[in-house]
Design a protein around this ligand. Structure first.
Ligand SMILES: NC(=O)C1=CN([C@@H]2O[C@H](COP(=O)(O)OP(=O)(O)OC[C@H]3O[C@@H](n4cnc5c(N)ncnc54)[C@H](O)[C@@H]3O)[C@@H](O)[C@H]2O)C=CC1
Ligand SMILES: CC(=O)[C@H](N)C(=O)O
Length: 373
């Protein structure tokens, strides 16, 4: 078996020469030349003060979606404005562009992404780019490219440059054969959407890179996220955001899921708080690298009933979208997040009543909320 012997000798020589002595640090560096397009990064990114240099240097990919702008705001408050770079392939609104560093980054362009990480001395990466469940089913090739090839690019760059990497997963990483009430961290995962398949792949690849190359990979499975000042990007849980807008505007909402479809949900502030907390948690506290997090669980009819406490005239009708209903019927109804609560002290702040008053207050129905209380 001379070939096998030679291969294992070569591997052990590489391991010994890796420098850190831990035996896992050979990183999957891709053989590429120097990019011909050495874009000078914005001069203001370089003007890091002494105290700012103690903070991580953060890049958020896919940052112009429902969650990224809020995450940038939270991280900038904590680490300083210039230490957090928001990126996307879309054009930012003026208020986002002027609120801190923004850069174009296509996660499918490996060399450009690598250049951004190097030029800006990035140390933490939040990988938010993705096509969500409903839009993913409408364009499987694109979802496969962004969610899987994009992830591979990010993983290699993170491993090569020793980054701490956060990749969100989702309730959509489970499927009809998973236990649904509640769904634990470790169980059967056979999702039936390209979105879910790509997220299980992300969980497994991230954990593999952690054990194989020492990558500091951290992952939370988010429930459906509800926010007032940002629009969802084409998921199955989006109804729980739209209902607030329509209830205030017209007093009517036509729901695409059946009235009793129960799904785990969370207010955006809790989601972003959890994301920062797991990234700041000491590595020793993490017994796993992928955690469920949860806050509440409700059906469209239960949400409508809570909204009617403040907008009694709300009329809810149902026109079921078969694709979204089939997806929702295969997802968890309740999420077991006891490991996150035990390991790094996860605790949500918003249950259904607080969610509803906060959303209505944000969207301009404060007077109705005040009258009802
Ligand atoms: N919003 C939610 O309810 C949940 C979100 N998540 C995860 O959190 C992350 C962020 O979610 P959202 O902000 O809601 O998503 P979103 O769909 O609102 O935003 C995704 C962003 O990715 C960008 N993008 C698409 N292709 C790209 C490419 N080639 N290169 C760079 N960027 C690209 C889009 O322009 C978009 O701004 C996603 O990974 C999602 O799977 C997980 C569970 C629930
Ligand atoms: C729960 C999610 O991941 C997302 N909101 C979707 O519905 O696709």
């Amino acid at each position: 078996m001379p070939i096998v012997r030679n291969l294992s000798r070569a591997a052990s020589q590489l391991l010994q020469s890796s420098g850190c002595g831990c035996g896992v640090s050979i990183v999957p560096v891709r053989c590429i030349g120097v990019s011909p397009r050495q874009v000078a990064s914005d001069a203001s990114f370089h003007s890091v003060t002494f105290s700012e240099s103690d903070h991580p240097r953060v890049l958020i990919t896919g940052g112009l979606g429902q969650l990224g702008v809020g995450l940038a705001k939270l991280l900038r408050k904590r680490f300083g404005k210039n230490n957090v770079i928001l990126s996307d392939i879309r054009k930012p609104a003026d208020n986002v562009f002027y609120s801190g560093p923004f850069i174009f980054a296509d996660v499918l362009d490996y060399k450009n992404l690598r250049e951004i990480v190097v030029n800006n001395r990035i140390t933490w990466l939040f990988h938010y780019s993705a096509l969500l469940s409903a839009v993913g089913e409408a364009n499987v090739p694109l979802a496969r490219a962004v969610n899987i090839t994009g992830l591979h690019n990010v993983l290699d760059i993170a491993a090569e440059h020793n980054l701490r990497l956060f990749v969100p997963s989702t309730i959509g990483a489970f499927g009809p054969t998973s236990p649904r009430d509640p769904t634990p961290d470790l169980c059967i995962q056979r999702p039936r959407t390209i979105y879910g398949v790509s997220k299980v792949h992300a969980e497994l690849m991230g954990e593999y890179y952690h054990y194989r190359y020492g990558l500091d990979f951290r992952c939370l499975r988010y429930p459906g996220i509800i926010s007032a000042d940002s629009q969802p990007g084409g998921g199955t849980t989006d109804y729980a955001v739209q209902i607030f807008h329509d209830a205030i505007k017209s007093g009517k909402y036509k729901c695409y899921l059946k009235p009793d479809t129960r799904l785990p949900m969370m207010y955006i502030d809790d989601c972003l708080k959890a994301t920062l907390e797991v990234m700041e948690a000491p590595a020793e506290a993490l017994t796993m690298r992928t955690y469920n997090i949860n806050a509440m669980s409700f059906s469209p009819e239960e949400l409508a009933q809570e909204v009617r406490k403040y907008i009694p005239e709300l009329q809810m009708t149902y026109s079921v979208d078969q694709v979204k209903q089939a997806i929702a019927d295969s997802w968890p109804m309740n999420f077991d997040d006891s490991n996150a609560r035990r390991d790094w002290g996860w605790k949500h702040d918003y249950d259904l009543p607080e969610l509803v008053t906060t959303m209505l207050g944000f969207l301009g129905s404060d007077s109705r909320v005040a009258q009802a209380n």
